[in-house]
Design a protein around this ligand. Structure first.
Ligand code: SF4
Ligand code: MSK
Length: 624
């Protein structure tokens, strides 16, 4: 096995990594090696630098200090660190949602040229959920009123956020009982920061319960608002075919990549690359056209709605430039490695940051606002196209051809594919043709062979007749492995194969970006409501086999608190506290009817999840 086969299961990653080393480019894998051994205290979660009486560390072997200078023990320190991770994840998703809210509000005020309401029916449906009567209001007025109603969810005007109304009654009663029902999107994050300040909450259980509330303010608040508004403004996704891997780059085209999470910037870039004047300019520069492709979750947003191909997931972002065929990468925020500028120094790629809150070394900053987005997009696309002349054609290396990937499975699209209601899915689950469903979500992490966790787990699940829903970086992994095309039904068990054949869908469905995990919990709520049970009674699970990000920790928490058993492939930094570890891996079951497991081996993880699903089926009296 070559060194590169140890890093990734993907041919495009292996081959471009080899070239990266030949070109003298350093990647995340190289930097991980230089970091090793990583700090054991931090890995266990027992280091604290919350105040400057510290930094403090607890000796995990019991011989050295057992309390920080303030007196905090391992339980308090681990719980506070974990809660702060969750607050950061919730803040990231929710701030992304807020940016969309701002665009919606500005559409209502005619201050966002280029942005429109692409799904007016959904605007009306969501307005009703928010108690705004759409009758006699045009789209613009309604956009304004809905935006204002949603803004209240961010503050503390209400006693609970609005989308809690989607959650089964039994679950909300449980949340109310344990006082974890989220009140305001920003309020819960702010309270986490307050509680974890020195000298505030020093009970590890109540710190973690609030962390649950904070995560729910993301899943049913910021993320859910982000998803629904993206659909309203950019269109609700419908199924269709696209492509994945580095082969989506075109040797004879100007290649432009968009990277990050928000569709606000990429939507305008998408318009600019189709402009006739730009295409003319590309031809003058010797290119056949302009090719737009995505990375990470901005890529997922574009793929879901416009079927624009994806060049890669998290660990592919540096490697795209090694092809020598990328004229520009335009980033918004989240999961963008600060190393990109360093890699770009070795090639001709131009990098642009676009958000006031996300600037990077060796990247040009071209700030986008709802008012100027169209103009700025044209400026960047023009510069990228002109940059084609600087490409050294002798160095271009696109090592693979693209693989097909079916995409676009929004909740609405799934319901439509099922003929207008979730009943056929429920019937298939009841009959045992589909044993259950699992959200496989999250990132790449160089500590795990790239995409091996995702692909191994999905193959194991579908073979056991378990339907998979993917978001985030998993989509690219599953797509490259050929798991997200209708033909992949051949890898599924007999029941799932039959259903996929009838509906002409893959056994692993792409439901969107990281904020779109809210689609998965929305489906779980709808299933539970239709059957008349709480979510924890359903044969469902979630997994994040290669997670790295604080946002993934938040997603895992809101999945668990919704009653969904969640398996992580990478250990969170909690082992330094026996109490917190016990609570996370079993104690939470008594509260939420779900807890966490950590299992890096995807085959074993598939086994754990299958057993869990079978237990849930047995409890419901369904055939095994
Ligand atoms: Fe040390 Fe306590 Fe300050 Fe943390 S909060 S750094 S444990 S003194
Ligand atoms: S982009 S959060 S690396 S899934 Fe959403 Fe991928 Fe994880 Fe970022």
């Amino acid at each position: 096995m070559s060194e590169y086969e140890e890093y990734s299961i993907c041919k495009d990653a292996q081959l471009t990594l080899k070239k990266a080393h030949e070109d003298g480019v350093e990647t995340a894998w190289d930097r991980l090696k230089k970091q090793e051994p990583q700090c054991g205290y931090c890995e266990l979660g027992v280091s604290c630098r919350i105040c400057v009486m510290g930094p403090c560390r607890i000796d995990p072997f019991g011989e050295g200090p057992q309390r920080g200078v303030c007196g905090a023990d391992a339980d308090i320190i681990v719980a506070r660190n974990l809660a702060r991770m969750i607050a950061s994840g919730a803040a990231s998703h929710s701030d992304h949602g807020r940016d969309l809210l701002e665009v919606l509000h500005k559409i209502g005020h005619d201050k966002a040229p280029g942005y429109t309401i692409k799904d007016p029916d959904k605007l009306r449906r969501i307005a009703k959920e928010y108690g705004v009567d759409p009758a006699n209001l045009d789209d613009k007025e309604l956009a304004k009123r809905l935006a204002e109603a949603m803004m209240e969810d961010y503050g503390m005007k209400k006693d609970r956020i609005t989308f809690i109304n989607r959650v089964p009654k039994q679950r909300v009663e449980l949340w109310d009982k344990f006082r974890v029902t989220p009140r305001g999107v920003d309020r819960e994050t702010s309270e986490t920061m307050h509680r974890t300040h020195m000298g505030v909450d020093n009970n590890y259980v109540s710190i973690l319960l609030h962390a649950v509330r904070n995560s729910l303010s993301d899943g049913y608040g910021g993320s859910m608002i982000g998803t629904e508004l993206s659909d309203i403004i950019f269109g609700t996704p419908k199924p269709g075919m696209s492509e994945v891997n580095l082969g989506v780059l075109k040797e004879d085209h100007v290649n432009i990549l968009v990277h990050g999470h928000s569709p606000i910037v990429s939507e305008m870039i998408g318009l600019a690359v189709e402009d006739k004047g730009m295409l003319q300019l590309a031809k003058e520069k010797g290119a056949k056209g302009i090719n737009l492709a995505g990375l990470c979750c901005t890529g997922n947003e574009l793929m879901m709605r416009k079927k624009i191909p994806m060049a890669g997931n998290h660990l592919m972002t540096e490697l795209t430039m090694v092809t020598g065929a990328v004229e520009a990468i335009i980033v918004d925020y989240q999961c963008i490695m600060p190393s990109l500028g360093q890699v770009a120094q070795c090639y001709h790629t131009k990098l642009y940051s676009t958000s006031d809150k996300a600037k990077f070394p060796n990247m040009e900053h071209v700030e986008f606002t709802p008012e100027n987005a169209r103009e700025q997009a044209f400026r960047i696309v023009r510069e990228a196209t002109e940059n084609f002349s600087r490409r050294d054609r002798s160095k271009v290396y696109i090592p693979v051809t693209p693989v097909k990937n079916m995409t676009g499975f929004s909740v609405e699209a799934i319901v439509e594919a099922l003929g207008g209601s979730l009943d056929p899915l429920i019937d298939a689950i009841k009959a045992g043709k589909i044993k259950g469903a699992v959200g496989v979500v999250g990132c790449n992490n160089p500590k795990i062979k790239q995409d091996s966790g995702h692909v191994g787990l999905i193959k194991g699940l579908i073979a056991n007749d378990i339907l998979v829903l993917t978001t985030g970086c998993v989509n690219v992994a599953a797509g490259k492995a050929g798991l997200q095309v209708p033909e992949a039904k051949e890898l599924a068990g007999p029941g799932l194969r039959e259903i996929c054949g009838l509906l002409n869908i893959p056994p692993s469905l792409h439901v969107g970006s990281c904020v779109d995990n809210s689609r998965i919990v929305a489906i779980a709520c709808a299933l539970a409501n239709a059957i008349g049970v709480d979510i924890d009674k359903l044969p469902l699970a979630a997994a994040a086999p290669e997670w790295y990000s604080e946002k993934a920790a938040t997603i895992a928490f809101y999945a668990m608190a919704s009653g969904i058993f969640t398996v992580l492939g990478v250990m969170p930094p909690i082992l330094g506290s026996k109490n917190v570890t016990q609570l996370a891996t079993s104690g939470l079951n008594d509260v939420f009817g779900a807890c966490f497991a950590v299992e890096p081996d995807p085959v074993k993880a598939a086994g754990l999840i299958t057993n869990h699903i079978m237990e849930k089926r047995k409890a419901l009296g369904l055939p095994l």
